[in-house]
Design a protein around this ligand. Structure first.
Ligand code: AMP
Length: 395
């Protein structure tokens, strides 16, 4: 089947046309600067990337341009719209309403809208993308795949904050977790790669990208995860602070004479390894700077690995053990130094890393030694393929 996977942001729209027989993308692309001016980057699987500046006042126009690119005589990969069997939409927040992916109906759209308060930057944009696709492809089935759904299995002891309970009841203030599609896909691949029985397994997935989260997966179900009501909680990330003492917010506001929006912006966009190092949020730049003697870049990398190792330790406690740890996403898949540094804290678990293997690059590999008590894997995540598969399963 051919599934169009759409990831719609407020001014951008990422797409992939996934062939679920071959598990590959026939084309990938990105519409940028929607509502500003507009640019589409389209790459067919067996061709060169084409970039076109095109007026894109609305998301609907962006979807029109995506369809034009996909069906184009030269750079297209299908002859007509009829070849698209379904559209899978990434939706960031499903609140407590969605514990799994679902076919999009009017009631589902309404329920997604009711989650807007929980993800004011993302959910409205996701809905705009769904509406635009529905208008242009009224007869094609649409499926919503939620970032939060995989974590709906968390028990209340893991998702409740130590706040007045009425805030949970009135406003849904609780931990939801994100990157669910990736944690689900990577944990499933880990059972295969590490030779585990899913129904009798303890896996910790470290999704370390620009945004980062760690999940404890017990017998195939998420039982705890590091991101919270929003993606700001948990690990220190590229530009997000992760966990901080909440009293710091008011302290910064007073000392720096800033309002709450400005401080929120600092916590989301100017903190993390970027804020600590003053160099970059990109780990390639940080490693280079650290090797050149930049002390703050070195410290930022140390803080990062230390935090990842602490979260792993807490999830070993939550599950009373661990069979496998999987590293994924940009940093988890590519940065052997971060993997090595994180694992250097985990000797107490009987973890041994094969340093030569850790230095190599494969989409899926075991980097622990055969005598290691816990298998440590690198698994390339593929959220679009996971969304396409969920879509096929539902239609
Ligand atoms: P993601 O959000 O999963 O796309 O991850 C993006 C991040 O991965 C970048 O900001 C980099 O910090 C990191 N990254 C990507 N490639 C490499 C690499 N070859 N070595 C180290 N870090 C990398």
């Amino acid at each position: 089947m051919k599934i169009l996977v759409i990831n719609c942001g407020s001014s951008s729209l990422k797409y992939q046309l996934i062939n679920t027989e071959t598990n590959t993308a026939d084309a990938v692309g990105l519409c940028e600067r929607i509502g500003i001016d507009g640019r589409i980057k389209h790459t067919p699987a067996n061709g060169e990337k084409v970039v076109k500046e095109e007026s894109m006042p609305t998301h609907e126009r962006a979807v029109e341009l995506v369809i034009e690119a996909l069906t184009d005589k030269e750079v297209g990969v299908i002859s007509s719209l009829d070849e698209i069997d379904a559209v899978g939409h990434r939706v960031v927040h499903g609140g407590e309403k969605f514990a799994k992916s679902t076919i999009i109906t009017d009631e589902v759209m309404q329920a997604i809208e009711e989650c807007n308060d929980l993800a004011p930057l993302h959910n409205p944009a996701n809905l705009i993308g769904i509406n635009a696709c529905k208008k242009l492809m009224p007869n094609v089935p649409m499926v919503a795949v939620f970032d939060t759904a995989f974590h709906q299995t968390m028990p209340s002891k893991a998702y409740l904050y130590g706040l007045p309970y009425e805030y949970y009841e009135k406003y849904g203030i609780r931990r939801y977790g994100f990157h669910g599609t990736s944690h689900s896909y990577v944990s499933n691949r880990t059972y295969e790669v590490a030779g585990l029985d899913k129904d009798n397994s303890k896996v910790i997935v470290c999704h370390l990208g620009n945004g980062a989260s760690i999940t404890a997966v017990l017998n195939g179900e998420s039982v705890d995860t590091s991101m919270g009501m929003t993606p700001l909680e948990g690990l220190i990330m590229g530009t997000r602070s992760g966990d901080i003492d909440p009293a710091i917010i008011e302290y910064i506001m007073k000392k720096e004479n800033k309002n709450i929006d400005e401080v929120q912006n600092i916590l989301n966009k100017e903190s993390g390894v970027y804020g600590l190092s003053g160099v970059s949020s990109d780990f390639r730049d940080l490693t280079q700077a650290s090797e050149e003697g930049n002390e703050r870049a070195k410290i930022a990398l140390e803080v990062y690995s230390y935090h990842v190792a602490k979260y792993i330790g807490s999830y070993v406690a939550a599950m009373n053990g661990v069979d496998a740890i999987a590293f994924t996403a940009g940093i988890g898949e590519n940065d052997e130094l971060v993997r090595r540094d994180v694992c250097s804290y985990l000797g107490y678990l009987g973890i041994n890393i094969d340093l030569e293997k850790n230095d190599s690059r494969e989409d899926e590999m075991i980097i622990s030694t055969p005598d290691s008590k816990v298998k440590v894997c690198v698994i390339a995540t593929n959220e679009e393929l996971a969304i396409a598969r969920e879509t096929v399963a539902l239609i």
